[in-house]
Design a protein around this ligand. Sequence first.
Ligand code: IPE
Ligand code: IPE
Ligand code: MG
Length: 249
Amino acid sequence: MNSTLPPDLNPQHLPQHIAVIMDGNGRWATSRRLPRIAGHRQGAKTLKELLRCCKDWGISALTAYAFSTENWRRPTEEVDFLMLLFERLLRRELAQMHQEGVRISFIGDLSVLPKSLQAEIERSSAQTRNNQAIHFTVAVNYGSRNEIMRACRQVAELVQRGELTVEEVNESLVEKHLYTANTSEPDLLIRTSGEMRLSNFLLWQMAYTEMYFTDILWPDFNRAAFHQALLSYQGRDRRFGQVKASLSA
Ligand code: IPE
Ligand code: IPE
Ligand code: MG
């Protein structure tokens, strides 16, 4: 498919940071009488394509929800498969992503992930740290409530140690203690598979994010579907609480 931006999209008005809740892998597989894991395998291909498309079209950051703090409740075989899939993907795709200038980061409580996966995460983040083409963030064992609670604890400790006064606790300080410190907030959230909820994803960061929901199942989310999401985004008026959309928005 064409790697240039479709002519009906305005390059000056693209979302700079896109977040995706990649949902519907299981249903995609089940509808084909395949095991759920086949849906996850196909979903990984979709993500790879979307990352490339974002890079080609000049979007500077993509954040993908890969595994939530609640997903541990799934059958062990599915959880084990997902962990193995993440590890394999990193091992297999790192060289090419690095070559294409992708900077990879991970958000979530990574400390409880399998050690071998942690090692791949470490390696890929370190190797791609200075890349500039696109910032690709993967949320693994991520939950917003856990993230905000952790930030509260860190701030409380600073106050307890006398390194900070209560008056110094403000929004930007809280933000510095989130996993997403030093990154921009998403401009656009895309969730596939017809579910219209956030499922504990980036609750703080998405206070003013535009939301786009589609019935398409994640493994079927292709460039044409992404194009539709961007067209919808470009038709919106982001007011940020004001009466008229400001020029900077
Ligand atoms: C999203 O697809 C992938 C993960 C949560 C890892 P699902 O596995 O949730 O697919 P459905 O919602 O069951 O169809
Ligand atoms: C959200 O999808 C998590 C990820 C996509 C990783 P879920 O399928 O887990 O969400 P719920 O359970 O439908 O809310
Ligand atoms: Mg789901």
